[in-house]
Write a protein that binds this ligand. Structure first.
Ligand code: SF4
Length: 385
């Protein structure tokens, strides 16, 4: 059977954070309930497309999935379990925002099948959370973590954000230190830097941000401190204790097949990309009132060139890099034939490295520490279209 990852989008938040351009908005209890009903219908109706697939991972993202009640979450996952073949060891992750969960809710999520939580802490410094417009305090975030541990979750990610307004090297170290002081420390840490996106309040009136050198220094410090504490950096911005890398996200970087449900959710199946409408009204109309409206849109059959470039620039995000042998097997040409001189050039500059691949006699091509700093430039060199 082929492998499939499922992404389920929950587009609701208590209120918008100042930097956020995700597809999410506040909504009434009634709208949330209608959405859950529509989502369950979409999941059921789509099963015919995936009869030959086994579900290896499920990820509930948003938005704020933890605005759902335990019963709603149970209905959604129950629909997946009923309609699809789900692997026994399926990784089922859910994003949880501090200030939106109780012990009872977490217990219900666990009962429903969730076995990995991702807590959107962002910072352990009060003023920084306020500057981002987050609804929670750092204590709320630590309380959520403690509740999750007490509920029996042992696979927990904490999301942190660097290069945010008012942040200094010292305050960034403070955030890292506070999460490492947790008992037990989280199994996984995601550390992305803030990006100012068009259409957000931060884009209209950009606050003073740490300069580029400081941002780079923060990246370096993150790696130093987390490596020292026993985490493996397995992707540019992701760190895990051994055995706790997020399998779902690895599917994206390795270009495995995934199906997205809910508004705005993206899919990649058999080298075809498509996404769901971003229009909530259309989505509810289709699944609750049988309106004749197209939900799956932006269908794009990827050319071989597009597949090759995605293979390279998504794969290079991972510290283990890309397999030269796999590239040849998939595309019938070597990396050198498709990208003459590029790998060698960056190897000479110390930005890429070749790592022998165990057992195959082939090599993997991966970023070096220095290469990570300029990864955008390197990846751009692998574009073909
Ligand atoms: S909680 Fe997350 S999805 Fe919701 S508004 Fe804030 S950043 Fe956006």
């Amino acid at each position: 059977m082929k492998k499939l990852a499922i992404y389920i989008h929950i587009p609701f938040c208590v209120r918008k954070c100042l930097y956020c351009d995700f597809l999410s908005a506040p909504a009434s209890d009634e709208t949330r309930e209608q959405y859950v009903q529509a989502l369950c219908r979409e999941i059921r109706e789509e099963r015919k497309s995936y009869v030959n697939y086994k579900i290896e991972t499920i990820f509930l993202g948003g938005g704020t999935p933890s605005l759902l009640s335990g019963e709603q979450l149970d209905r959604i996952l129950g629909t997946v379990f009923d309609a699809y073949q789900v692997a026994d060891d399926c990784e089922i992750s859910m994003e949880v925002n501090p200030g939106t969960v109780t012990k009872e809710k977490l217990k219900a999520y666990k009962r429903a099948g969730v076995n990995r939580l991702s807590i959107g802490m962002q910072s352990a410094v009060e003023e920084e959370l306020q500057s981002l417009g987050r609804i929670h305090s750092s204590e709320d975030a630590f309380d959520t973590y403690e509740l999750a541990i007490k509920t029996g979750f042992n696979n927990i990610n904490i999301d942190l954000m660097s290069a945010i307004p008012g942040q200094t090297i010292e305050s960034w170290k403070e955030s890292l230190k506070r999460i490492l002081d947790l008992e037990p420390a989280p199994a996984h840490v995601s550390a992305y830097s803030l990006i100012i996106e068009e259409g957000t309040p931060f884009f209209e009136k950009t606050p003073t941000l740490p300069d580029e050198d400081t941002e780079r220094e923060m990246y370096k410090i993150t790696n130093d401190i987390l490596s020292e504490a026993g985490y493996l950096r397995y992707e540019i911005s992701n760190y895990a204790k051994p055995g706790f890398a997020c399998r779902h996200n690895c599917t994206y970087w390795e270009r495995g097949s995934y199906a997205g449900f809910g508004i705005g959710a993206a899919s990649l199946v058999e080298q075809v990309r498509f996404s769901n409408t971003r229009n909530l009204k259309d989505y509810l109309g289709k699944y609750l009132k049988n309106a004749t409206v197209a939900i799956k849109e932006n269908r794009q059959e990827l050319s071989v060139e597009e597949q090759m470039e995605e293979f390279m620039f998504l794969g290079l995000r991972m510290m283990r890099g890309v397999s030269a042998g796999k590239f040849s097997d998939l595309f019938g040409k070597t990396i050198e034939q498709v990208y003459p001189g590029i790998v060698e050039k960056y190897c000479r500059q110390g930005l890429l490295q070749k790592i022998p691949e165990q057992g195959s006699g082939e090599v993997r091509i991966a970023l070096t520490e220095r290469g990570i700093d300029v990864s955008n430039v390197i990846m751009a060199d692998f574009l073909l279209t």
